[in-house]
Design a protein around this ligand. Structure first.
Ligand code: XCC
Ligand code: SF4
Length: 649
């Protein structure tokens, strides 16, 4: 299999990954890249989205000769139905994650939270206000209890629309109402999506695409927004923090423990347990110098943002981390954890444990996490890692000496503070910088990496090119980790790459030109950042007026499909480095990439070439600036209130 595979340098750009891909071949490990190459060219029916197996008269594959399924479904119906199902799955993943956090908040409020507590009372109070909870005279725990009730009812709501939508700009809320896109409860929205895509229900591709937007809104402005908020309340709102990224964060002389997945509750406890003197002593007794906790994927982003825990890598480095031969234990929770991990681990001494009863893997040991006994669970898991340290085979160990320092932790609360201080918290300086053109606009570059391409390349190139052109970049997920690995999240290095006027603003405010805003559920932070800019004034009345854009260059998951849809539903265009599986229908593709602009004020762009993406994004941003009237020759002019009001019209 290895022989048919691409050269390691065609699979990844970073030296650490290349070195481990070479080692994997020597050690006889089959990795995701080798499997991708073995898969060969993807099935054209699947790629184009014109394969349907929603009922047992099928599967039906559409061709020129057989353009209809047995039931009569055409390419438009089939691709749109498949797309909506993907959005539903992505929204379910984010939202179920949010639900588990809300249940933990409820437990804490009721005194059943065990080792958990409310870390950020300020955030709790702001959230209570935002969701309309009366807090006068209530204790912290009472407020938490009421807020948890409100959040739970967001999942359970059968009629009406989500309360959380009220965080969006008013004109956007109005548009959603008029278009019938305002979702009811999160659970009901996902059930509805599955219902309408059942055989013989919804066949109008436009209606199905609207269904995808509506379901996605229930994710971004529902489940994900709630997940981020509750994480901040329970574990603390992120503040700027130093960290480090890439496989070089693994330590030769320490017990290396990797956390991988998405949910922060267990990981928070593991961070505390790994710093416990008694655990350190146990590690030393086993012959190690200490315990080194590091992360993969979004669990990594969660503990990086709050504790500066080092990041071992993004999505396609999960197997490569094990290939270092230096990992005692990999702890998985939910989402993006490859089923291949136990078989890769078998080539080394590494053990893989699963911690969530809904996410088990053949060959991995289940150690289900019990939140009521969180610290005891965390310690038991760490002890397993310590006990495995003596089994490490030094001959098989090779940790690439590649890592980069970074700064993360840019929550909106932090951005408010950096822009205006505690008493004058405000987005004004950012808006002014955009209005005067020193910052041309804002791009959110998010999402996964993909074994079918050259990992990190598109993300890194796009980010560098945009900051060079004075566009501020916001990041989450594996895209943020990619940038961390190349030093783009260090203020100094990145400032050297930024265009002169963006650099000037960043230096004045003290922020890097690329801001790490968190995990994938934290794309909700990007929605709110855009909302704060609108509310600050001078840049239009709705998100669709902003000189802003989203991009998912190397996406792969259904969650990314949902994220793309809620950005577009919010009025923000989205550039995709690879198309959705809709290319089998001209009508659906055209509706997503053109038609939607007339409906929600934003659309998708399928752009496989990064150079083309750079050009498209710059053009898009300048077009929005023209429409706002801020591209007139008014450089360096200071705006007074009158000017700002006029700009709004
Ligand atoms: Fe997964 Fe969130 Fe994608 Fe990374 S970016 S591969 S979804 S970990 Ni969300
Ligand atoms: Fe075929 Fe229609 Fe059944 Fe799909 S729903 S498998 S197109 S018969």
């Amino acid at each position: 299999m290895a022989k048919l595979s691409r050269d390691p340098r065609e699979k990844a750009v970073d030296e650490a990954s290349v070195a481990m891909l070479e080692k994997a071949a020597v050690d006889g490990v089959v990795d995701a890249f080798a499997r991708a190459d073995a898969q060969g060219k993807s099935c054209a029916f699947g790629l184009d989205g014109i394969c349907c197996r929603l009922c047992h008269m099928g599967p039906c594959r559409l061709t020129a000769k057989t353009p209809l399924g047995v039931c009569g479904a055409d390419a438009d119906t089939i691709t749109a139905r498949n797309l909506l199902r993907e959005v539903a799955a992505g929204a379910a993943a984010h939202s179920d994650h949010g639900r588990s956090l809300v249940l933990l908040l409820k437990a804490v409020a009721e005194g059943r939270g065990g080792d958990y507590q409310i870390k950020d009372e300020g955030r709790l109070r702001t959230a209570a206000r935002e969701w309309g909870v009366q807090i006068d005279g209530l204790s912290t725990r009472q407020i938490a209890a009421r807020l948890a009730e409100v959040f739970l009812s967001e999942f359970a709501l059968q009629e009406g629309k989500l309360k959380t939508l009220s965080l969006a700009p008013l004109p956007r809320q109005g548009l959603w109402d008029r278009l019938g896109l305002a979702p009811r409860g999160i659970d009901a929205s996902i059930v509805e999506a599955l219902h309408r895509t059942h055989m013989g229900v919804d066949h109008d591709y436009r209606n199905l695409v609207h269904g995808a937007l509506k379901t996605a809104i229930a994710d971004g402005w529902g489940g994900s927004m709630i997940a981020t908020t509750v994480s901040d309340i329970l574990f603390g709102t992120p503040e700027p923090v130093r960290g480090c990224a890439n496989l070089g964060v693994l330590e030769e002389r320490q017990v290396n423990v990797l956390v991988h997945g998405h949910e922060p509750a267990l990981t928070e406890m593991l961070v505390a347990a790994s710093r416990d003197p008694q655990m350190m002593a146990e590690a030393k007794a086993a012959g190690a110098e200490g315990i080194n906790l590091a992360g993969i994927c979004c669990t990594a982003n969660e503990v990086l943002m709050r504790h500066g825990v080092p990041v071992a890598g993004n999505f396609l480095q999960q197997e490569l981390a094990i290939v270092t031969g230096a990992v005692e234990l990999m702890i998985t929770d939910v989402q993006c954890c490859m089923p291949s991990l136990p078989s890769v681990a078998r080539c080394y001494h590494t053990k893989v444990v699963t911690t969530n009863p809904i996410a088990r893997s053949m060959g991995a040991e289940p150690m289900d996490f019990d939140e009521a006994n969180a610290m005891a669970c965390a310690k038991a898991i760490l002890r397993k890692a310590i006990a495995n340290f003596p089994n490490r085979d030094p001959k098989k160990v090779s940790i690439p000496d590649v890592k980069h320092p970074l700064v993360a932790g840019f929550s909106n609360e932090t951005i408010f503070y950096m822009l205006g201080g505690t008493f004058r918290r405000s987005f004004r300086p950012l808006n002014d910088a955009i209005i005067t053109g020193r910052i041309r606009g804002v791009a959110g570059i998010v999402g996964c990496t993909n074994a079918r391409g050259r990992v990190d390349e598109y993300i890194i190139t796009l980010t560098k090119e945009l900051i060079k052109r004075n566009i501020l970049v916001l990041q989450t997920g594996c895209a943020a980790v990619a940038c961390g690995k190349y030093g783009l999240l260090t203020p100094e290095a990145a400032l050297e790459l930024a265009g002169p006027s963006l650099r000037e603003v960043c230096e004045a405010v003290g922020i890097p030109p690329v801001l790490h805003m968190g995990s994938c559920v934290d794309n909700s932070r990007i929605l709110m950042a855009a909302t704060y800019v609108v509310e600050e004034g001078g840049l239009g009345n709705d998100l669709s007026d902003l000189p802003a854009i989203g991009a998912a260059p190397e996406w792969m998951s259904e969650k990314a499909v949902a994220i793309g849809h809620y950005f577009v539903a919010s009025g923000i265009d989205v550039v995709l480095g690879r198309p959705f599986h809709t290319t089998g229908s001209q009508a659906v593709t055209d509706y997503l990439c053109n038609g939607l602009a007339n409906v929600v004020g934003a659309r998708f762009h399928y752009v496989p070439e990064v150079a083309e993406a750079v050009e498209l994004i710059c053009k898009h941003i300048e077009k929005k600036r023209d429409a706002l009237g801020i591209n007139r020759k008014t450089e360096r002019k200071l705006y007074d209130m009158k000017d700002r009001r006029e700009l709004k019209v």
